[in-house]
Each structure stands twice: as structure tokens, then as C-alpha cells.
Write a protein that binds this ligand. Structure first.
Ligand code: PMP
Length: 408
């Protein structure tokens, strides 16, 4: 064996990468050397960003920054442990009380991210005696959370309330298979705003169908927080469904501008999660700066309603202009505006050309969306000026013509 090198057990990784590149599905990470905002520095080049989820521009809001700095000064850089050991600080408890008041619920528990809120919630409150009923386009974190649960699940076609009703009525009437009796819990799970298409869940119909079958509803408002409802309270507030949606999940990483997720609902729900939820029990809590900055952001959302007004004015204008140019923006109803491109290579080329013209918008390709549904995902924020949007639209127009996608 002298001189012969051992076989590399990870050699398949290179093959997998080559296959991704061959299919046009490999996207290099773009490196941002500026703060997040409407204008960023990408790969050391100035660009107008249409790529962030920073809906209200709070990532760089002065009050949010100040709160983070003050927390570092007063409480240090890290929390030091998981919440159950020594990592629960007044900053965490205060943030949760503020969020509970904001959402109009009894209690809130925060998690390290929206992803961990879902994976910390769903497997904890569901088991083999329960049924989860999920929209086909729910977020990856919900899908992973369901995989971690022992509960069986059924998936209904995206937004199809009639199909949901049929599943729920059958589940309520027949109960568990093989004479196992009634389900302990039937949990209907939906995104509030769908993150790749920007459409809003038909929540009133979902709630009616759930109530008729004695099921509970959980809505993941990651992209509705800060966007829908009074001061950005989310989809439940938007539809006037307070008291009829048992669980709201939110993220602190998008419109709130910082990082984290939360579960909003009853005191019993919060108390049980503090005892059993694995990301809560086994992963360290937010650093003081994160909790303090989130609190400040929730206050800004209530004190400065002009931000959400500006977000929606920009959204309406950008969508209307893209449609006028001849682009297909799918079924979006919110600031998430997909610009449909079809195949992954076209989406990749369009994105690269945009960056050359100083506009940053990322392609979204398989497996995040179906193979033939590649798109550019754009989000305008409250921080974009009319002039910045003019520049973006001019770039879309010229590249669209150059690539023969519009103006034919
Ligand atoms: N749920 C939904 C519906 C989302 O869109 C996202 C983020 N893409 C998440 C959860 C995860 O949130 P976070 O980034 O805070 O982990």
C-alpha cells in the first residue's frame, strides 16, 4: 500500500457539485461588504438591493442600532447558556411580553430563529395520536418540523380550502386509522404569506373549515409580520381573526430587522414549550443585543406607521410598472414580487446582468421552486426611494428586451 493514497470517502461531493453546475443550479454566494439596506456593496460593487427581507428598513434604523449598542454595553455580548440553565434575561422576558401585547395573545416564547420556532413547536405539541394538515407550499422549516413529529400528516393543494375541508371533515368523522379513535389534535398549518410567490393564505376559509372539524390552526407569519395587519401585526389581524387562530409563529429576522422567531398563543402553550421544546432546551438564547434590538424594532413599528405605508406604496408602484413592461409577477399580493423566468439558466443570466447594471436580485431555482418555475425574487422595502425604483425598472426593461423576454 506504500505510496497509494486512501480513497476519499467524500469524493462524491465533487460529483454532486459538478451535477449542480451542469444543470445551472449552482449559485455562488454573493458577499456583501456593506450594511444591509436599499443600497449595498455586493462583491465590492455598489448595487440597489431588491434581495433582502428588510421590509421596513429596520436592520439599520437608528433606534434599533442604539438599542443593540446599549445592550452590549450594559449586558455584554452573549447570554452564556440555554434559557433553562442561566440564559433567561430580563431582555428576553421583556421582548416576549411586548410581543404578546402586540399580537394580542396571552403569551409568547422566542426562539433563535423562525426556523427553530417551527421545529421547536410542531414536534413538541403533536404526536402519534394527532394529525397535521399542511398546505403544499408551506415553508421548508414547517416541512422539517413535520418530519420531526410522530404525527401522520396530510397535504392539501396550495390554498385549496375545499380540499382542506374534505380532508378535515373525513378526519373528524373517521378518526385515526384502524379504529384508533378520534384524533387528540388536528392541526392545520399554513404560511400566512407564501415566501416564494408572495400570495396570502385564504385564512378566513381555513379557519371556518378548521372550526367545523374541531381542528386548531397554526399560521406562520414570517412574511406577514411587519407587512400585513395594523402596524404589521400579521395575517390574523389583517383578516380580523383574533381568538380564532390558536397559534401564530413569527420571525424577528425579516421586517423586525434582527434575528429570531417566536410562538404566540396561550400561556399553557408557552409553558409547555419551555419544558419540552428541544431548540429552547438545547440551544443558547439570543445575545442581549438581539433581544434589545427586537424590542426596539417592535416599538418603531408602532411609533412610525409611515414605514409600512411607504412599503405598500413602493410595492404597488413596482408591481404595476413591472406588469406594464410585460413581466409576469405570478400571483403575488404582497411586497414579495417574483419575476417569472421559467428555467434556471435564464433566471441566473438575468440576475447576473442586473448586477452588472447595479441592481441586486437573486434567482430562486429548483429545489426551492419547481424546475420550470425559476424566477427572480424581488422585494422593495420602505427604504427604497422613487429614484432607486426608477433605476431598477429601467434595468429590468433593458435586460428583458435584450434577452427577448419582453417587448417582442
Ligand atoms: N417560515 C417562513 C414562512 C419563512 O419564509 C422563513 C424564512 N425564509 C422562516 C420561517 C424562517 O425564518 P428565519 O429566517 O427567522 O429562520
Amino acid at each position: 500500500m506504500i505510496g497509494s493514497s486512501p480513497r476519499d470517502p467524500l469524493a462524491f461531493l465533487a460529483d454532486d457539485l459538478a451535477a449542480l453546475r451542469e444543470a445551472g443550479l449552482y449559485r455562488p454566494l454573493r458577499v456583501m461588504s456593506s450594511a444591509q439596506g436599499p443600497i449595498v456593496s455586493i462583491d465590492r460593487k455598489r448595487a440597489i438591493s431588491l434581495a433582502s427581507n428588510d421590509y421596513l428598513g429596520l436592520t439599520h434604523h437608528p433606534r434599533v442600532r442604539e438599542a443593540a449598542l446599549a445592550a452590549v454595553r450594559d449586558f455584554g455580548a452573549g447570554s452564556g447558556a440555554v434559557r433553562t440553565i442561566a440564559g433567561t434575561m430580563t431582555l428576553h422576558e421583556d421582548l416576549e411580553s411586548e410581543l404578546a401585547a402586540f399580537k394580542g395573545v396571552e403569551a409568547v416564547l422566542t426562539f433563535q430563529s423562525g426556523f427553530s420556532a417551527n421545529t421547536g413547536l410542531i414536534p413538541t405539541i403533536t404526536g402519534e395520536h394527532d394529525l397535521i394538515v399542511s398546505d403544499a407550499l408551506n415553508h421548508a422549516s414547517i416541512i422539517d418540523a413535520m418530519r420531526l413529529s410522530k404525527a401522520p400528516r396530510k397535504v392539501y393543494p396550495h390554498g385549496d380550502v375545499n380540499a382542506l375541508r374534505a380532508i378535515l371533515d373525513e378526519a373528524a368523522a373517521k378518526g385515526r386509522p384502524n379504529g384508533g379513535g378520534a384524533y387528540r389534535l388536528i392541526l392545520v398549518v399554513t404560511d400566512g404569506v407564501f415566501s416564494m410567490d408572495g400570495d396570502i393564505a385564504p385564512l378566513p376559509g381555513i379557519v371556518d373549515a378548521a372550526e367545523a372539524a374541531g381542528a386548531a390552526v397554526m399560521v406562520d407569519d414570517a412574511h406577514a409580520s411587519g407587512v400585513l395587519g395594523r402596524n404589521g401585526r400579521g395575517s390574523v389581524d389583517h383578516f380580523g381573526l383574533h381568538g380564532r387562530v390558536a397559534i401564530q409563529v413569527g420571525t424577528l429576522s425579516k421586517a423586525v430587522g434582527v434575528l429570531g422567531g417566536y410562538v404566540a398563543g396561550s400561556q399553557d402553550l408557552r409553558d409547555l414549550l419551555t419544558q419540552r421544546s428541544r431548540p429552547f432546551l438545547f440551544s443558547t438564547s439570543h445575545p442581549p443585543a438581539v433581544a434589545a434590538a427586537c424590542s426596539a424594532a417592535i416599538k418603531v413599528m408602532q411609533d412610525e406607521p409611515e414605514l409600512i405605508e411607504r412599503l405598500w406604496a413602493n410595492t404597488r408602484r413596482f408591481k404595476a410598472e413591472l406588469a406594464r413592461l410585460g413581466f409576469d409577477t405570478g400571483r403575488s399580493e404582497t411586497p414579495i414580487t417574483p419575476v417569472m423566468m421559467g428555467d434556471a439558466r435564464t433566471a441566473g443570466r438575468f440576475s447576473d446582468r442586473l448586477l452588472q447594471l447595479g441592481v441586486f436580485a437573486q434567482p430562486v431555482v429548483y429545489p426551492t421552486v419547481a424546475l420550470d418555475k425559476a424566477r427572480l425574487r424581488t422585494i422593495v422595502t420602505a427604504a427604497h426611494t422613487d429614484e432607486l425604483l426608477d433605476t431598477c425598472l429601467a434595468a429590468f426593461d433593458s435586460i428583458g428586451r435584450e434577452m427577448g423576454l419582453i417587448g417582442g
